[in-house]
Design a binder for this molecule. Sequence first.
Ligand code: NAP
Length: 284
Amino acid sequence: MITGRTQLLGVAGYPVEHSLSPAMHNAAIAEMGLDFAYLPFPVAPDDLERAIAGFAALGGVGLNLTIPHKQAIVPLLAEQTAVAQAVGAVNTIWRGDRGWCGTNTDVAGFVAPLKDEANWGDARAIVLGNGGAARAVVAGLTQLGCAEIVVVGRNAEKLAVFAESWTNSPLKVRLQVYTMEKLPELLPQTRLLVNTTPVGMAGDGERTPVSAQLLDRLPADGIAYDLIYTPRPTRFLQLAAARGLRAIDGTTMLVRQGAEALNIWTQQAVPVETMQAALLRHLA
Ligand code: NAP
């Protein structure tokens, strides 16, 4: 119910109508019994600065940022976290004493289902792809204390730029980069294999970023993690499950990045299962 005291949250993107965040956040807000509302805001690229100033003037509490605003928001912030700085993108902002503060909750969202696993200090993780999502994954693996982070991509030049981009990172990231040909040799000593490429997304659902034969090289206690959330499961995760590997799909990261943002805005424990259920209902 909207009242005279309802506080405003939302997501700014362009386009934004396909965002899954309003369904997840409003379900959690209802469960928490809070007088908040979370709305989608279509904000054209040239309007971001005015939109943020207007949102502050209206007393808005916080926003998620999605494409195309995740980098453009940075110069409009008074502060950003080291994680956001390292990733080079901000997806969550809130109001501080000096103005808007920003962070990147994709990192905590990615890490959430891996935290309970022990011995990351002995483990190798392979990240497939070197785009925007791979940056959050590399930051997350660094936070976990993963011993060896290996990024495997299809373009040697882009991989070199990716590796170079972490040089002055506030997170002290150490990583190696290789092209795909190296994958068969790397897999047998690998604990975690993360797909951050769009290969296997809905519309392309029969494809997998690694073949069944390659996946066979992952040790029996290996974990397959796909950032893709539709289809569910992806072909990659079907193959992993058939081999008895732990398989984590992209809905977990999506829900957990949202829960982390809602926790920042409300400073209260967030019902993750309620967000997950709302997301799955929406995807269905
Ligand atoms: P992006 O910036 O475009 O990066 C995509 C990466 O995948 C690039 O490194 C690209 O290689 C590589 N790639 C693309 N097509 C490929 C192919 N056919 N074979 C091998 N590599 C290929 O995209 P992004 O923002 O990182 O998103 C990637 C995926 O993660 C999407 O499916 C997105 O939905 C998902 N995602 C999920 C969450 C979540 O919360 N679950 C969050 C963020 C993203 P090049 O560099 O060589 O072009």
